[in-house]
Design a protein around this ligand. Structure first.
Ligand SMILES: [Zn+2]
Length: 328
């Protein structure tokens, strides 16, 4: 897991080309414009601020956090995958690339032009704007999954979301049974096809367990989320470590912080290791970890975590998010 490279923005974009002094022919100008349109990046000035916003108020990301655009020449050569092995982040006009999984020698590096959390048809539509049909392992797996299985997967996902929205009292076993049924709709292992549709149900249930003060269930569910996203974790009495890295998203950082809170309550010997993994994920996501302590440090009042056992700090957000969920 290492820093791959840094690159500073090299071209400042000015649209449209309006100067009457330009010597470019219309055809040449169109060619240059198209190259820039296909290769420019939208970016936040500080990725850690963007991470915090979309992790906690996903519908309220301020425009000024992601409204800048620019061209980075080397980065423009990197192709897309919906299951990327590289994560990019920004500090000002510096673009940072970090591996988010172990990368064998001579592997073509790919990152996500889009979040990868969209439905197949939405991803394909967005990627068409870049001029190609995505045939990555995720898209291929989903295209090869029968319509019946896809419908069943989404119906179960909706069933879980509906339970949350109604704020019904439901047993954790019921949720686990529904998650098992979702899992059964996937043909390939998570290392090939991460369980995109299970992310929202799982994170909702984790939040429900947090609000209900159930640390053991939080531990079980965060492990289930990590497995669903292709991670392989080894846990012994004294250690917690990642054997294989999976699909890394902002939510994983928060879930690992939740895991740390649960470990602090019931398995404090595993806390340091889990905290180290959470910090590493933050480093990969945000490009730096100097802001880690401010965001999630354990010896400071948490600005970032969903809760913390017995010390829920964002009650209004949580109630709004889980609809008064109770476990029975
Ligand atoms: Zn794809």
């Amino acid at each position: 897991m290492s820093l791959l490279f840094l690159e500073r923005k090299t071209i400042r974009l000015v649209f449209p080309f309006t100067s009457h002094k330009t010597q470019l022919t219309t055809t040449t100008r169109s060619f240059v414009e198209n190259r820039i349109i296909y290769n420019n990046f939208g970016f936040p000035i500080l990725t850690h601020e963007y991470h915090y916003s979309i992790s906690h108020t996903p519908t309220l990301v301020p425009d000024d956090l992601c409204g800048s655009r620019g061209v980075w020449i080397k980065a423009s050569y990197i192709n897309h995958s919906c299951y990327p092995m590289v994560r990019r982040s920004f500090i000002g006009d510096m673009m940072i690339f970090r591996a988010q999984q172990d990368v064998p020698a001579d592997t073509e590096l790919k990152f996500g032009y889009i979040s990868g959390l969209e439905e197949l048809h939405e991803r394909q539509s967005k990627l068409k704007d870049y001029g190609f049909d995505c045939d990555c392992q995720i898209c291929t797996s989903e295209k090869n999954t029968s319509g019946k299985k896809m419908k069943r997967r989404m119906a179960i996902c909706q069933e879980i979301v509906d339970i949350f929205e109604k704020g019904a009292s439901t047993s954790l076993q019921t949720y686990n049974n529904l998650l098992d049924k979702m899992e059964a709709t996937y043909v390939n292992p998570p290392s090939v096809e991460y369980r995109r549709a299970m992310i929202t149900p799982l994170t909702n249930i984790i939040t429900g367990c947090l609000t209900s003060g159930l640390p053991l269930q939080v531990i079980e569910l965060v492990h289930r989320l990590l497995l669903a996203l292709g991670f392989k974790i080894e846990v012994t009495k004294h250690s917690f470590r990642v054997l294989q890295w999976g699909f890394l998203i902002d939510e994983i950082v928060i879930s690992l912080v939740d895991l740390c809170d649960a470990y602090a309550d019931v398995e404090p010997r595993l806390l340091a290791d889990a905290d180290g993994v959470a910090k590493k994920c933050y480093l990969i996501m945000c490009g730096e970890d100097v802001t880690w302590e401010e965001a999630y440090g354990r010896d400071k009042k948490r600005g970032g975590t969903r809760s913390g056992m017995g010390m829920i700090e964002r009650t209004e957000d949580l109630v709004e998010g889980v609809g008064g969920l109770k476990f029975v």
